[in-house]
Design a protein around this ligand. Structure first.
Ligand SMILES: N[C@@H](CCC(=O)N[C@@H](CS)C(=O)NCC(=O)O)C(=O)O
Length: 227
């Protein structure tokens, strides 16, 4: 039997979620190795010095240790499939890959920075949790404006918008696991907030079959001691 690519993952990690989403959508079968971050397996440490999750080791031994690169690998290595074309920029001129990359970079840098402080405000006593949330909201507002703009473009069809068009893009997949965390810090506040389009966009993706599939629980992977 051909060995499968190996994915080191952690269920609740938003970077790992985005990688799993892309692998799932691209129908890439992998051997899933669930990692506990406090107890990283030697096999992971041996292939990745930084040992963050997710890490993918392809069938030919190549190691990909950045979530966005795993997403691109998955979507590019999937067999030509119409359902996937909208994740790639060329077929749809409205989906601008450099713009998507910029938004993802902003998510991974500024938004993640403030999100961590909002989540763990007691570890960062320099400011209040409210302050950290307001800083993180700058990015949420940007998403809201983007989604509002998309829904205006789609006003006649009433199609529910995604960030770059009426199709889910790599950016949607890459960003919503982080917005999920933001929403979860104070869900009562989030549900009452004015970010109508973000709430709807997040809900649709959380209720998607892909998300349900990638959140299936796996037991911790342990290296077999058997010879
Ligand atoms: N830039 C990396 C970041 C991955 C990352 O930071 N993952 C966290 C878990 S959410 C991690 O593995 N942290 C290492 C640790 O906690 O030891 C990526 O996009 O894959």
């Amino acid at each position: 039997m051909m060995p499968l690519p190996i994915l080191y993952s952690f269920r609740r990690c938003p970077y790992a979620m985005r990688a799993r989403l892309a692998l799932h959508i691209a129908s890439c079968a992998v051997e899933h190795r669930e990692v506990i971050l406090k107890e990283k397996p030697p096999a992971l440490l041996a292939i990745s010095q930084k040992a963050t999750v997710p890490v993918l080791q392809t069938e030919d031994g190549k190691v990909i240790d950045e979530s966005l690169d795993i997403m691109l690998w998955a979507l590019n290595s999937a067999p030509s499939n119409l359902a996937l074309t909208h994740y790639k920029s060329a077929p749809d001129r409205r989906i601008l890959w450099p713009e998507q990359k910029k938004l993802i970079a902003e998510n991974d840098a500024d938004f993640k920075f403030w999100l961590d402080r909002y989540k763990y405000a007691d570890r960062y006593p320099e400011h209040t949790q409210h302050y950290y949330r307001s800083k993180a909201e700058e990015f949420i507002l940007k998403l809201e404006q983007r989604l509002t703009q998309q829904s205006t473009l789609n006003a006649s069809t009433q199609i529910k918008p995604y960030l770059f068009s009426d199709y889910q893009s790599i950016a949607d997949l890459a960003i919503f696991p982080f917005v999920r965390q933001f929403a979860g810090v104070d869900s009562t506040w989030f549900h009452q907030s004015c970010y109508v389009n973000v709430k709807c966009w997040l809900k649709r993706q959380l209720e998607s079959d892909s998300f349900r599939q990638i959140m299936i629980k796996h037991p911790q992977w342990r290296e077999s001691r058997e010879i």
